[in-house]
Design a protein. Structure first.
Ligand code: ADE
Length: 407
Protein backbone atom coordinates (compact mmCIF):
# COMPACT_ATOMS: atom_id res chain seq x y z
CA UNK A 1 0.00 0.00 0.00
CA UNK A 2 1.44 3.31 -0.88
CA UNK A 3 1.08 6.71 0.69
CA UNK A 4 -0.44 8.00 -2.54
CA UNK A 5 -3.51 5.82 -2.11
CA UNK A 6 -6.51 8.06 -2.37
CA UNK A 7 -10.19 7.75 -1.61
CA UNK A 8 -10.88 6.64 -5.16
CA UNK A 9 -8.58 3.68 -5.02
CA UNK A 10 -9.90 2.38 -1.73
CA UNK A 11 -12.18 -0.57 -1.59
CA UNK A 12 -15.00 0.02 0.84
CA UNK A 13 -16.90 -2.52 2.80
CA UNK A 14 -14.43 -5.35 3.06
CA UNK A 15 -14.86 -7.06 6.39
CA UNK A 16 -11.66 -7.50 8.33
CA UNK A 17 -11.90 -9.24 11.61
CA UNK A 18 -9.50 -10.36 14.26
CA UNK A 19 -9.30 -13.79 12.67
CA UNK A 20 -7.80 -12.42 9.47
CA UNK A 21 -4.99 -10.91 11.51
CA UNK A 22 -3.52 -14.16 12.73
CA UNK A 23 0.19 -14.09 12.04
CA UNK A 24 -0.01 -10.55 10.68
CA UNK A 25 2.75 -8.11 11.45
CA UNK A 26 3.50 -4.45 10.91
CA UNK A 27 5.97 -3.35 8.22
CA UNK A 28 9.58 -3.64 9.44
CA UNK A 29 10.16 0.14 9.55
CA UNK A 30 6.90 0.91 11.39
CA UNK A 31 8.57 1.31 14.79
CA UNK A 32 11.44 3.42 13.46
CA UNK A 33 9.06 5.82 11.78
CA UNK A 34 6.71 5.98 14.75
CA UNK A 35 9.55 6.64 17.19
CA UNK A 36 11.19 9.28 15.00
CA UNK A 37 7.83 11.07 14.85
CA UNK A 38 7.33 10.76 18.61
CA UNK A 39 10.78 12.14 19.41
CA UNK A 40 10.08 15.13 17.21
CA UNK A 41 6.41 15.71 18.11
CA UNK A 42 5.70 14.08 21.48
CA UNK A 43 4.43 16.40 24.20
CA UNK A 44 6.85 17.43 26.89
CA UNK A 45 4.95 16.03 29.88
CA UNK A 46 6.37 16.00 33.42
CA UNK A 47 6.08 12.23 33.81
CA UNK A 48 8.11 11.79 30.64
CA UNK A 49 10.97 13.78 32.14
CA UNK A 50 11.46 11.55 35.16
CA UNK A 51 12.83 8.07 35.72
CA UNK A 52 11.34 7.83 39.20
CA UNK A 53 9.05 4.76 39.21
CA UNK A 54 6.84 6.27 41.93
CA UNK A 55 6.26 9.48 39.94
CA UNK A 56 5.54 7.48 36.78
CA UNK A 57 3.12 5.18 38.58
CA UNK A 58 1.25 8.16 40.05
CA UNK A 59 0.91 9.66 36.56
CA UNK A 60 -0.40 6.41 35.10
CA UNK A 61 -3.03 6.12 37.83
CA UNK A 62 -4.06 9.75 37.47
CA UNK A 63 -4.28 9.43 33.69
CA UNK A 64 -6.75 6.57 33.88
CA UNK A 65 -10.10 8.12 32.92
CA UNK A 66 -8.79 11.67 33.33
CA UNK A 67 -7.60 14.07 30.65
CA UNK A 68 -3.92 15.03 30.45
CA UNK A 69 -4.77 18.74 30.95
CA UNK A 70 -6.62 17.98 34.20
CA UNK A 71 -3.80 15.76 35.46
CA UNK A 72 -1.24 18.49 34.67
CA UNK A 73 -3.09 20.76 37.13
CA UNK A 74 -2.80 18.28 40.00
CA UNK A 75 0.30 16.19 39.38
CA UNK A 76 3.10 18.50 40.55
CA UNK A 77 1.30 19.44 43.71
CA UNK A 78 0.50 15.83 44.57
CA UNK A 79 4.17 14.88 44.18
CA UNK A 80 5.28 17.85 46.26
CA UNK A 81 3.04 16.75 49.10
CA UNK A 82 3.67 13.03 48.62
CA UNK A 83 7.09 12.68 46.97
CA UNK A 84 7.51 8.94 47.55
CA UNK A 85 5.81 5.76 48.69
CA UNK A 86 6.95 6.21 52.31
CA UNK A 87 5.41 9.67 52.64
CA UNK A 88 2.16 8.58 51.04
CA UNK A 89 1.95 5.40 53.12
CA UNK A 90 2.57 7.33 56.35
CA UNK A 91 0.09 10.06 55.41
CA UNK A 92 -3.57 10.29 56.16
CA UNK A 93 -5.79 8.80 53.46
CA UNK A 94 -8.04 11.87 53.69
CA UNK A 95 -5.17 14.14 52.83
CA UNK A 96 -4.36 11.97 49.83
CA UNK A 97 -8.01 12.23 48.80
CA UNK A 98 -7.92 15.99 49.27
CA UNK A 99 -4.94 16.27 46.93
CA UNK A 100 -6.88 14.14 44.45
CA UNK A 101 -9.84 16.58 44.47
CA UNK A 102 -10.91 17.47 40.96
CA UNK A 103 -9.48 14.34 39.31
CA UNK A 104 -12.65 12.28 39.82
CA UNK A 105 -12.85 8.50 40.26
CA UNK A 106 -11.72 8.89 43.84
CA UNK A 107 -11.41 5.19 44.45
CA UNK A 108 -8.06 5.45 42.66
CA UNK A 109 -6.70 7.73 45.41
CA UNK A 110 -7.72 5.30 48.13
CA UNK A 111 -6.26 2.46 46.15
CA UNK A 112 -2.96 4.33 45.61
CA UNK A 113 -2.68 4.80 49.35
CA UNK A 114 -3.16 1.04 49.91
CA UNK A 115 -0.62 0.37 47.18
CA UNK A 116 1.94 2.66 48.85
CA UNK A 117 1.50 0.76 52.10
CA UNK A 118 2.02 -2.57 50.33
CA UNK A 119 5.16 -1.31 48.55
CA UNK A 120 6.61 -0.08 51.84
CA UNK A 121 5.69 -3.21 53.78
CA UNK A 122 6.52 -5.82 51.14
CA UNK A 123 9.24 -4.20 49.04
CA UNK A 124 11.04 -1.72 51.31
CA UNK A 125 9.53 1.31 49.56
CA UNK A 126 10.66 0.43 46.01
CA UNK A 127 8.46 -0.87 43.22
CA UNK A 128 9.39 -4.44 42.30
CA UNK A 129 10.92 -4.71 38.85
CA UNK A 130 9.15 -7.75 37.48
CA UNK A 131 5.72 -7.91 35.96
CA UNK A 132 4.32 -10.65 38.22
CA UNK A 133 5.23 -8.81 41.42
CA UNK A 134 3.79 -5.59 39.99
CA UNK A 135 0.56 -7.39 39.12
CA UNK A 136 0.36 -8.77 42.64
CA UNK A 137 0.21 -5.28 44.17
CA UNK A 138 -3.21 -3.93 45.16
CA UNK A 139 -4.81 -1.61 42.60
CA UNK A 140 -2.46 -2.52 39.74
CA UNK A 141 -4.18 -4.08 36.75
CA UNK A 142 -2.65 -5.48 33.57
CA UNK A 143 -2.45 -2.11 31.81
CA UNK A 144 -0.78 -0.25 34.69
CA UNK A 145 1.64 -3.13 35.34
CA UNK A 146 2.69 -3.18 31.67
CA UNK A 147 2.98 0.61 31.51
CA UNK A 148 5.14 0.77 34.65
CA UNK A 149 7.24 -2.25 33.63
CA UNK A 150 8.03 -0.74 30.24
CA UNK A 151 8.33 2.94 31.19
CA UNK A 152 10.29 2.45 34.40
CA UNK A 153 12.23 -0.75 33.84
CA UNK A 154 12.36 -1.14 30.04
CA UNK A 155 10.62 -4.52 30.11
CA UNK A 156 9.09 -5.54 26.76
CA UNK A 157 5.47 -5.26 27.88
CA UNK A 158 2.84 -3.75 25.61
CA UNK A 159 0.52 -1.42 27.55
CA UNK A 160 -2.70 -1.37 25.54
CA UNK A 161 -5.13 1.29 26.65
CA UNK A 162 -8.20 2.39 24.68
CA UNK A 163 -6.23 4.85 22.52
CA UNK A 164 -3.59 2.30 21.57
CA UNK A 165 -6.17 -0.41 20.88
CA UNK A 166 -8.01 1.93 18.51
CA UNK A 167 -4.81 2.88 16.65
CA UNK A 168 -3.70 -0.75 16.32
CA UNK A 169 -7.17 -1.83 15.16
CA UNK A 170 -7.02 0.79 12.44
CA UNK A 171 -3.49 -0.14 11.43
CA UNK A 172 -4.70 -3.71 10.93
CA UNK A 173 -8.25 -2.84 9.78
CA UNK A 174 -9.84 -4.84 12.57
CA UNK A 175 -13.50 -3.90 12.69
CA UNK A 176 -14.36 -5.79 15.85
CA UNK A 177 -14.71 -4.38 19.35
CA UNK A 178 -11.15 -3.67 20.58
CA UNK A 179 -12.18 -4.77 24.08
CA UNK A 180 -12.75 -8.37 22.99
CA UNK A 181 -10.05 -10.62 24.34
CA UNK A 182 -9.53 -12.27 20.94
CA UNK A 183 -8.89 -8.82 19.44
CA UNK A 184 -6.54 -7.87 22.27
CA UNK A 185 -4.60 -11.08 21.69
CA UNK A 186 -4.20 -10.27 18.02
CA UNK A 187 -3.17 -6.69 18.70
CA UNK A 188 -0.45 -7.97 21.00
CA UNK A 189 0.71 -10.37 18.36
CA UNK A 190 0.71 -7.58 15.80
CA UNK A 191 2.85 -5.21 17.85
CA UNK A 192 5.09 -7.63 19.71
CA UNK A 193 7.85 -7.89 17.09
CA UNK A 194 8.14 -4.12 16.89
CA UNK A 195 8.06 -3.75 20.65
CA UNK A 196 10.96 -6.18 20.99
CA UNK A 197 13.02 -4.20 18.47
CA UNK A 198 12.70 -0.83 20.24
CA UNK A 199 12.96 0.68 23.74
CA UNK A 200 9.68 -0.57 25.16
CA UNK A 201 8.83 2.56 27.17
CA UNK A 202 9.32 4.87 24.19
CA UNK A 203 7.41 2.51 21.91
CA UNK A 204 4.42 2.47 24.26
CA UNK A 205 4.52 6.24 24.76
CA UNK A 206 4.74 6.77 20.99
CA UNK A 207 1.66 4.61 20.44
CA UNK A 208 -0.13 6.47 23.28
CA UNK A 209 0.74 9.77 21.60
CA UNK A 210 -0.47 8.54 18.24
CA UNK A 211 -3.76 7.35 19.73
CA UNK A 212 -4.31 10.44 21.87
CA UNK A 213 -3.43 13.13 19.33
CA UNK A 214 -3.69 11.76 15.83
CA UNK A 215 -5.68 8.56 15.63
CA UNK A 216 -8.71 10.19 17.30
CA UNK A 217 -11.94 8.28 17.89
CA UNK A 218 -14.32 9.96 15.46
CA UNK A 219 -12.17 12.07 13.18
CA UNK A 220 -8.69 10.61 12.83
CA UNK A 221 -6.14 13.20 11.73
CA UNK A 222 -4.60 11.09 9.02
CA UNK A 223 -2.82 14.11 7.54
CA UNK A 224 -0.72 14.34 10.70
CA UNK A 225 -0.09 10.60 10.94
CA UNK A 226 3.49 9.39 10.57
CA UNK A 227 2.38 6.01 9.18
CA UNK A 228 -0.72 6.57 7.00
CA UNK A 229 0.58 4.30 4.25
CA UNK A 230 0.97 1.50 6.81
CA UNK A 231 -2.62 1.82 7.98
CA UNK A 232 -4.84 -0.83 6.45
CA UNK A 233 -8.03 0.95 7.55
CA UNK A 234 -6.99 4.18 5.85
CA UNK A 235 -6.01 2.36 2.69
CA UNK A 236 -9.42 0.67 2.68
CA UNK A 237 -11.20 3.92 3.52
CA UNK A 238 -12.77 2.45 6.64
CA UNK A 239 -10.85 4.36 9.33
CA UNK A 240 -13.95 6.12 10.69
CA UNK A 241 -15.79 2.80 10.98
CA UNK A 242 -13.19 1.64 13.50
CA UNK A 243 -13.84 1.10 16.31
CA UNK A 244 -17.46 0.11 15.71
CA UNK A 245 -19.74 2.50 17.57
CA UNK A 246 -21.84 1.06 20.24
CA UNK A 247 -22.85 4.42 21.66
CA UNK A 248 -24.24 4.15 25.13
CA UNK A 249 -27.08 6.60 25.59
CA UNK A 250 -26.02 9.50 27.79
CA UNK A 251 -27.72 9.17 31.13
CA UNK A 252 -29.38 12.40 32.25
CA UNK A 253 -29.19 12.79 36.02
CA UNK A 254 -30.97 15.43 38.06
CA UNK A 255 -29.64 16.49 41.43
CA UNK A 256 -30.90 18.96 43.98
CA UNK A 257 -28.35 20.27 46.46
CA UNK A 258 -28.75 22.41 49.51
CA UNK A 259 -26.36 25.10 50.64
CA UNK A 260 -26.86 25.97 54.29
CA UNK A 261 -24.82 28.69 55.89
CA UNK A 262 -24.75 29.66 59.54
CA UNK A 263 -22.34 32.06 61.20
CA UNK A 264 -19.88 31.81 58.32
CA UNK A 265 -19.91 27.99 58.28
CA UNK A 266 -21.44 25.68 55.70
CA UNK A 267 -23.11 22.35 56.29
CA UNK A 268 -21.21 19.59 54.46
CA UNK A 269 -21.70 15.84 54.34
CA UNK A 270 -19.87 12.76 53.22
CA UNK A 271 -21.03 9.20 52.59
CA UNK A 272 -24.62 10.08 51.62
CA UNK A 273 -24.19 8.28 48.29
CA UNK A 274 -22.30 5.07 49.01
CA UNK A 275 -20.59 3.77 45.91
CA UNK A 276 -20.88 7.09 44.09
CA UNK A 277 -18.91 9.63 46.10
CA UNK A 278 -18.19 7.71 49.25
CA UNK A 279 -14.94 9.44 50.16
CA UNK A 280 -15.58 13.00 49.20
CA UNK A 281 -17.32 15.82 51.04
CA UNK A 282 -20.22 17.47 49.28
CA UNK A 283 -23.44 19.38 49.84
CA UNK A 284 -26.54 17.51 51.01
CA UNK A 285 -27.77 16.26 47.65
CA UNK A 286 -30.81 14.45 46.36
CA UNK A 287 -29.64 12.24 43.49
CA UNK A 288 -32.39 11.17 41.07
CA UNK A 289 -30.63 7.83 40.49
CA UNK A 290 -30.70 6.89 44.14
CA UNK A 291 -33.64 8.60 45.78
CA UNK A 292 -37.26 9.27 45.03
CA UNK A 293 -39.42 12.07 46.34
CA UNK A 294 -38.60 15.67 47.06
CA UNK A 295 -35.50 17.27 48.51
CA UNK A 296 -37.44 18.11 51.67
CA UNK A 297 -38.43 14.47 52.10
CA UNK A 298 -34.81 13.45 51.60
CA UNK A 299 -33.60 15.94 54.23
CA UNK A 300 -36.22 14.64 56.60
CA UNK A 301 -35.17 11.00 56.01
CA UNK A 302 -31.58 11.97 56.80
CA UNK A 303 -32.63 13.82 59.97
CA UNK A 304 -31.14 17.05 58.68
CA UNK A 305 -33.35 19.84 60.07
CA UNK A 306 -33.43 22.05 57.02
CA UNK A 307 -35.85 22.76 54.23
CA UNK A 308 -35.49 23.89 50.68
CA UNK A 309 -35.43 27.65 50.17
CA UNK A 310 -35.09 29.62 46.93
CA UNK A 311 -33.16 28.43 43.88
CA UNK A 312 -29.67 29.99 43.89
CA UNK A 313 -28.20 28.55 40.73
CA UNK A 314 -27.67 25.57 38.51
CA UNK A 315 -24.52 23.72 37.49
CA UNK A 316 -23.78 21.07 34.91
CA UNK A 317 -21.22 18.42 35.57
CA UNK A 318 -20.65 14.92 34.41
CA UNK A 319 -18.39 12.11 33.52
CA UNK A 320 -18.12 9.89 30.47
CA UNK A 321 -21.69 8.72 30.04
CA UNK A 322 -23.57 10.91 32.51
CA UNK A 323 -24.81 14.46 32.17
CA UNK A 324 -25.73 15.82 35.55
CA UNK A 325 -27.75 18.95 36.14
CA UNK A 326 -27.65 20.09 39.73
CA UNK A 327 -30.06 22.71 41.07
CA UNK A 328 -28.70 24.45 44.14
CA UNK A 329 -31.13 25.77 46.72
CA UNK A 330 -30.65 27.83 49.82
CA UNK A 331 -31.26 25.72 52.93
CA UNK A 332 -33.37 27.16 55.74
CA UNK A 333 -33.33 25.83 59.27
CA UNK A 334 -36.63 24.31 60.31
CA UNK A 335 -38.05 26.68 62.88
CA UNK A 336 -39.19 23.96 65.22
CA UNK A 337 -35.95 21.94 65.16
CA UNK A 338 -33.76 21.80 68.25
CA UNK A 339 -30.29 23.32 68.09
CA UNK A 340 -28.48 21.09 65.66
CA UNK A 341 -24.76 21.17 65.83
CA UNK A 342 -22.27 18.76 64.45
CA UNK A 343 -18.57 18.85 64.46
CA UNK A 344 -16.94 22.07 63.47
CA UNK A 345 -13.85 21.04 61.60
CA UNK A 346 -12.39 18.03 59.88
CA UNK A 347 -9.51 17.50 62.30
CA UNK A 348 -11.39 16.30 65.34
CA UNK A 349 -13.87 13.86 63.92
CA UNK A 350 -13.18 10.17 63.81
CA UNK A 351 -13.58 8.55 60.42
CA UNK A 352 -17.03 7.18 59.90
CA UNK A 353 -18.65 9.29 62.60
CA UNK A 354 -22.26 9.98 61.83
CA UNK A 355 -23.16 12.87 64.04
CA UNK A 356 -20.96 15.17 66.04
CA UNK A 357 -21.76 16.84 69.26
CA UNK A 358 -24.08 19.61 70.27
CA UNK A 359 -22.55 22.87 71.39
CA UNK A 360 -23.01 21.96 75.05
CA UNK A 361 -21.03 18.75 74.56
CA UNK A 362 -24.00 16.41 74.60
CA UNK A 363 -24.12 13.82 71.84
CA UNK A 364 -25.58 14.97 68.54
CA UNK A 365 -28.62 13.55 66.89
CA UNK A 366 -28.72 9.77 66.84
CA UNK A 367 -27.64 8.02 63.69
CA UNK A 368 -30.88 7.21 61.94
CA UNK A 369 -31.27 6.40 58.29
CA UNK A 370 -28.05 8.26 57.61
CA UNK A 371 -25.83 5.86 59.56
CA UNK A 372 -22.35 5.90 58.00
CA UNK A 373 -22.76 9.49 56.96
CA UNK A 374 -20.52 12.19 58.33
CA UNK A 375 -21.75 15.74 58.57
CA UNK A 376 -20.29 18.97 59.83
CA UNK A 377 -20.15 22.76 59.71
CA UNK A 378 -17.07 24.16 58.03
CA UNK A 379 -15.62 27.54 57.16
CA UNK A 380 -14.61 28.15 53.56
CA UNK A 381 -10.95 27.76 54.58
CA UNK A 382 -11.69 24.37 56.12
CA UNK A 383 -13.69 23.26 53.10
CA UNK A 384 -10.76 24.10 50.85
CA UNK A 385 -8.67 21.56 52.79
CA UNK A 386 -11.26 18.74 52.59
CA UNK A 387 -11.34 15.97 50.01
CA UNK A 388 -14.02 17.78 48.06
CA UNK A 389 -16.23 16.51 45.24
CA UNK A 390 -15.78 18.47 42.01
CA UNK A 391 -19.51 19.22 42.00
CA UNK A 392 -19.20 20.95 45.39
CA UNK A 393 -16.31 23.03 44.08
CA UNK A 394 -18.48 24.12 41.20
CA UNK A 395 -21.47 24.83 43.42
CA UNK A 396 -19.44 27.07 45.73
CA UNK A 397 -17.95 28.89 42.76
CA UNK A 398 -21.40 29.45 41.26
CA UNK A 399 -23.48 30.48 44.24
CA UNK A 400 -21.00 31.66 46.90
CA UNK A 401 -18.41 33.05 44.50
CA UNK A 402 -15.43 31.31 46.10
CA UNK A 403 -12.81 29.30 44.25
CA UNK A 404 -12.12 26.10 46.17
CA UNK A 405 -9.91 24.45 43.58
CA UNK A 406 -6.53 23.56 45.01
CA UNK A 407 -3.61 25.35 43.44
N1 ADE B 1 -2.10 8.13 29.14
C1 ADE B 1 -1.69 7.08 29.85
N2 ADE B 1 -0.36 7.11 30.04
C2 ADE B 1 0.08 8.22 29.43
C3 ADE B 1 1.35 8.82 29.28
N3 ADE B 1 2.42 8.25 29.84
N4 ADE B 1 1.43 9.97 28.59
C4 ADE B 1 0.32 10.53 28.06
N5 ADE B 1 -0.88 10.01 28.17
C5 ADE B 1 -1.03 8.87 28.85
Amino acid sequence: MSRSDDQGSRSRGSEHDAGSLAGASLPPDFGDRLLAWYRENGRDLPWRRTHDPYAILVSELMLQQTRVETVLDRYGRFLERFPDFETLAAGDVDEGLAEWSGLGYYRRARSLHALARAVVEQHGGNLPEDIDSLRALPGIGPYTAAAVASLCFGLPELAIDGNIARALCRLAAVEEDPKKSSVQRHLRELASEQLAAHPAGDFNQALMELGARVCLPRSPRCKDCPVPDMCAARCLGIETRIPPTRRQPILEVREEALIVERDGRYFMVRGQRPGVLQDMWELPTLDSRLEHGSLNEYLCRQDWPFERGELLGEIQHGITDRRITCFIYRGRALAESPEFTVRESSEDAPQGSTRGTNRDGTPGEPAGPGAGIEAGWFTVGEIAALPLAASAQKAFARVVGVDLTRR
